[in-house]
Design a protein around this ligand. Structure first.
Ligand SMILES: [Zn+2]
Length: 211
């Protein structure tokens, strides 16, 4: 067993949204020292918060079974932090990976598929985590597409995500599908599909860590 020799790596799971409304409306700087403020939680896609929490819980079970330690930024509704707090939570635990779990939404109900967001390179903010995050993102996206057969929307660099800009540990954000697409939303609400997604996330995490 891994855990008997050295302390097992800790994975930080961050299911998106689910923030208490009074906190979600507050703003926070998008990165250290930035004057640009962004709302803590705009609420996410309709039905997203419970789906991504369910996927996170399934992922946690699979990671624990593989011998990893797991911390979750939230494990219910009414979260009282913002994305800066979510990043700091993972930073302070020295997470080997911050895995942010979301689902997407679009005004076009025909849009579907999975993507993985990674931090864009910005000196002083993400230069310390850019390479590892990019590598983790590629693995996560590959595993997720292989496990679900969902449309591959690729790995996308983002400079505007508070949770990335405050992270000091490798971080990725997986968009597990579109809640605005009837078929994909149905899949994301089903236990079988959630488990398939969780399996892909656990596998990808392990692949990233054993390199
Ligand atoms: Zn979201």
């Amino acid at each position: 067993m891994l855990a008997e020799v050295t302390a097992a790596a800790l994975i930080c799971l961050d299911p998106g949204h689910g923030t208490a409304p009074d906190v979600g409306r507050q703003v926070e700087p998008i990165g250290p020292g930035s004057a640009q403020l962004k709302v803590k939680d705009p609420g996410g896609a309709a039905g997203e918060a419970p789906v991504v929490l369910a996927i996170a819980r399934r992922t946690r079970a699979l990671l624990l079974a593989r011998g990893y330690r797991v911390a979750m930024t939230r494990d219910g509704i009414g979260y009282r932090g913002g994305n800066r707090e979510r990043a700091r939570f993972c930073n302070s635990r020295g997470a080997a990976l911050m895995l942010r779990i979301h689902a997407d939404g679009s005004s076009d109900p025909g849009v579907h598929g999975v993507s993985t967001l990674v931090p864009a390179l910005r000196r002083g903010w993400t230069s310390d985590i850019y390479g590892a995050s990019r590598r983790a993102g590629g693995i996560v996206q590959r595993e997720l597409v292989a496990a679900t057969g969902a449309r591959d929307l690729g790995v996308v660099e983002r400079a505007d995500l508070t949770g990335f800009n405050w992270a000091d540990v490798p971080a990725v954000l997986v968009e597990t599908g579109f809640m605005s697409n009837r078929r994909e939303a149905g899949l994301l609400r089903s236990a079988v599909y959630q488990q398939r997604v969780a399996g892909a996330l656990a596998r990808a995490t392990q692949r990233f860590l054993i390199r």
